[in-house]
Design a binder for this molecule. Structure first.
Ligand code: BG6
Length: 492
């Protein structure tokens, strides 16, 4: 047997891309609810409509810098894909049933911060929101599925973003702590696996996290990173105190990174990019302190982080139990990238890798990169790992009978599961679970599209909000069912 008994097989989603019902059940608006749809193939970004300090309105791309004092608004005449998403809020029983049918024993799901605290910093939590997730978790457990809960996945409360500069402020940090404590307490015994902050390495600085002036104000951007690390460490510590049974992981977008050539300059370029993009975040959350190169960089740039007494210690006390990450693709870096051609991905753009094919959205398809990752992470940290996102975003065609013949997705999954198997069997890494992204179709985070589908279950919903939300099983559903029910033995 390659995969240990009890290996966690499942699927992953995030509330802001899946739940819909954006103001139902007492939920408040989040930043994700103020993001329009975009078009990833033609490079048209998602947008925020923003009210400027002088009262005028302007549009900004989702990663643009938004000026101090400007507020993202929700315009009644604009279509926002998260408002309905794929309506988990009204389909949760059916969807959890499908998960069980697929053979899952884990469900990675996120709690919408604004369903629990509508403004993010309310005095009391919203009981209706708490009850919703309680019912969801109970149903999972009834069907033999462990919930794996992301505490914060791209859904900064809009109020905290607009009024308190999101995670750049202490006010938001304190609100997050209250929120984390509330859900640990309420779901004690129901949830044993948690992730603190989704893709903390790409989630750090822009408006998605509520932060204004994130490009021009490096001091603030670094303060925001610190606050996020403190938030995560606090959650780990509090989660352990509230229930020692809790296992709590970090969540990093951990694509593989390569130097473009054996030119030492390219090799060093890759080391620097990898430090900045991923290892920094792993080092802090696994080891509990900033790596030397980062300390030097902050000193050099004259950046002084404002710390509260005890926070350095908290980082050490709140190190994670396992290393979980998303893996979609790899990127390649050159010291002199001019003329080498760009490639795309969910992290940053590198140069084109001549050895790899890419998806319709330009993300490279690189199964071996996953085995490289598993080895590198294991060598560096020696703690259990979980792959909490992986998959292929593609345009699917649903036939009249509801079937979807997604052979391309099956091929992608098979190759990635094969390298996981190799890493466990031949390299001896400690891998505890696998939750492919968007096991059921959800709205794309990067582009706001519905047509960029990852699911094994198709949901009838399009980019303009048309569709009856009916669910149907794709061919990949039956493939994954076979893999899961054989504990990863039967992958052909
Ligand atoms: C990760 C996020 O970046 O990748 C998910 O954690 C996201 O929220 C996923 O959906 C895939 O990215 P995209 O842009 O294709 O939805």
């Amino acid at each position: 047997m390659s995969f240990p008994k009890g290996f966690l097989w499942g699927g992953a989603t995030a509330a802001n891309q899946y739940e819909g019902a954006y103001l139902e059940g007492g939920k408040g608006p989040a930043v994700a609810d103020a993001l329009t749809g975009g078009d990833g193939i033609h490079n048209i970004p998602r947008k925020f409509i923003v009210e400027m300090p002088d009262g005028t309105r302007k549009e900004f791309g989702s990663r643009d810098e938004i000026p101090e004092g400007a507020k993202a608004i929700i315009d009644p005449d604009t279509y926002y894909p998260s408002h309905m998403a794929t309506d988990f809020y009204h389909h949760w029983k059916e969807d959890i049933g499908l998960m069980a049918e697929m053979g899952c024993n884990v469900n990675r799901i996120s709690i919408n911060w604004t369903r629990i605290f509508p403004n993010g910093d309310d005095a009391e939590p919203n009981e209706e929101g708490l009850k919703f997730y309680e019912d969801v978790f109970k149903e999972c457990r009834r069907l033999g599925i462990e919930p794996l809960v992301t505490i914060y996945h791209f859904d900064m409360p809009l109020h905290l973003a607009n009024e308190y500069d999101g995670m750049a402020s202490r006010h938001t940090l304190e609100a997050f702590k209250r929120y984390a404590k509330t859900i640990f307490t309420r779901y004690k015994g129901l949830v044993h696996y948690w992730l603190t902050i989704n893709e903390i390495n790409i989630n750090t600085n822009f408006m998605m996290n509520g932060v204004h002036e994130h490009i021009s104000n490096k001091q603030k951007a670094e303060q925001c990173r610190w606050n996020l690390f403190v938030a995560s460490a606090y959650a780990v510590k509090a989660g352990h105190e509230i229930d020692p049974e809790n296992k709590i992981g970090l969540m990093i977008a951990h694509g593989a990174t390569y130097p473009y050539s054996c030119n030492p300059e390219d090799v060093f370029e890759e080391i620097e990019v990898a430090h900045n993009q991923k290892w920094f975040y792993g080092d802090v959350q696994v080891r509990g302190y900033y790596p030397a190169w980062k300390v030097k960089e902050l000193e050099r740039e004259g950046i002084v982080i404002q710390k509260e007494p005890g926070e350095d210690e908290l980082l050490k006390e709140g190190t994670v139990d396992f290393y979980s990450f998303s893996y979609y693709s790899s990127s390649t870096y050159a010291a002199h990238p001019e003329k080498l051609g760009e490639s795309a991905g969910n992290m940053v753009r590198g140069v084109k890798n001549p050895y790899l094919q890419a998806s319709e959205w330009g993300w490279t398809i690189d199964p071996l990169g996953l085995r490289i990752n598993l080895n590198q992470i294991w060598d560096r940290y020696q703690i259990p790992m979980m792959i909490v996102e992986n998959g292929l975003g593609a345009i699917d065609k649903r036939e009249a009978d509801g079937s979807v013949h997604d052979t391309y997705r099956i091929d992608y999954m098979r190759k990635h599961i094969q390298v996981m198997k190799d890493a466990v069997e031949k390299d001896g890494v400690d891998l505890m679970g696998y939750t492919p992204w968007g096991w059921i179709d959800v709205v794309s985070a990067g582009t706001g599209e519905m047509r960029k589908r990852y699911g094994f279950v198709y949901v009838d919903m399009d980019d303009e909000g048309h569709g009856d939300m009916s669910r149907s099983r794709k061919d990949s559903f039956y493939y994954m069912q076979k893999v899961y029910k054989s504990n990863g033995e039967d992958i052909d």
